[in-house]
Design a protein around this ligand. Structure first.
Ligand code: HEC
Length: 231
């Protein structure tokens, strides 16, 4: 049976630092807490927990008892018989193991495609007007799957000329769609995925689309480019 410290850990820390203190790459780099006692002492640990650190929020609302039990667990000074109050902190026989993607060994989604779609919703009728697959994993060559779609981060914009522009996909493309039909009309390759929403502006009577192509997330290439296209 888990100790109180372990139960506090399971409730408050496991989502980022992992089920076995191994750390994760959820928020940039969440450090491992294995052998923490070799790096910091109890006052330093309590201070880190009360103040928070980087992306890690403060845990100042944990009770003194919870903080003591937690540091005993992490710094390996737990006494054998402090199992008494377990039910009060975490009464369940299971714990949350962190935010995990459901992926196959090849790193791709473990469900059937499409893995990303663009949908036009008629807000007056509350109906999907059209829905198309967005993006493609080019390494997949299966005759029955013309386009896989990809995980996507970034929104579309609509121009007065009835065009929708969206990047967002991991295949590093920006695309234009016909607003009425969803037909893909144009695409161009970006230096990295455009996990962003494009913007449009006009200068000297000419209209432009610009998008940030920073990539970086979910194992994708990073870049520092803004890419603009003249319409
Ligand atoms: C939202 C995710 C998140 C949660 C929840 C979280 N941490 Fe962290 N933790 C981090 C990140 C990220 C860092 C690295 C901060 C930095 O150095 O910028 C960190 C750093 C630490 C460090 C410093 C490690 C070192 O080697 O310097 C300790 C100790 C720590 N966390 C303990 C805990 C404990 C105990 C809990 C639960 C009460 C917890 N964390 C909950 C994300 C999290």
């Amino acid at each position: 049976m888990a100790t109180i410290g372990k139960n506090v850990y399971n409730a408050a820390c496991i989502s980022c630092h992992g089920a076995n203190l191994e750390g994760s790459n959820l928020y940039g780099n969440v450090p491992s807490l294995v052998n923490l006692k070799d790096r910091i002492d109890k006052p330093q640990l309590i201070k880190t927990l009360k103040n928070g650190k980087g992306v890690m929020p403060s845990f100042g609302t944990l009770s003194e008892n919870a903080l003591n039990a937690l540091s005993a667990y992490l710094l390996q000074t737990e006494e054998k018989n402090n199992n008494k109050d377990v039910a009060a902190t975490w009464p369940y026989p299971y714990t949350f193991g962190g935010y995990k993607r459901f992926i196959a060994p090849d790193g791709l989604a473990a469900i059937n495609p499409p893995w990303g779609q663009l949908s036009a919703i008629d807000l007056n009728l509350g109906e999907i007007k059209w829905q198309v697959t967005l993006g493609n994993v080019d390494s997949i060559k299966i005759a029955s799957i013309a386009q896989t779609g990809t995980e996507n981060y970034g929104g579309p914009i609509v121009t007065a000329g009835n065009l929708i522009f969206i990047a967002a996909t991991t295949d590093s493309k920006i695309r234009a769609f016909d607003k009425s039909t969803g037909k893909e009309l144009w695409s161009a390759k970006l230096p990295a995925p455009g996990f962003s929403t494009p913007a449009t502006f006009s200068k000297n009577g000419k209209q432009y689309i610009v998008t940030a192509a920073g990539g970086g997330k979910i194992g994708q290439r990073s870049s520092g480019y803004y890419v603009a296209y003249a319409l």
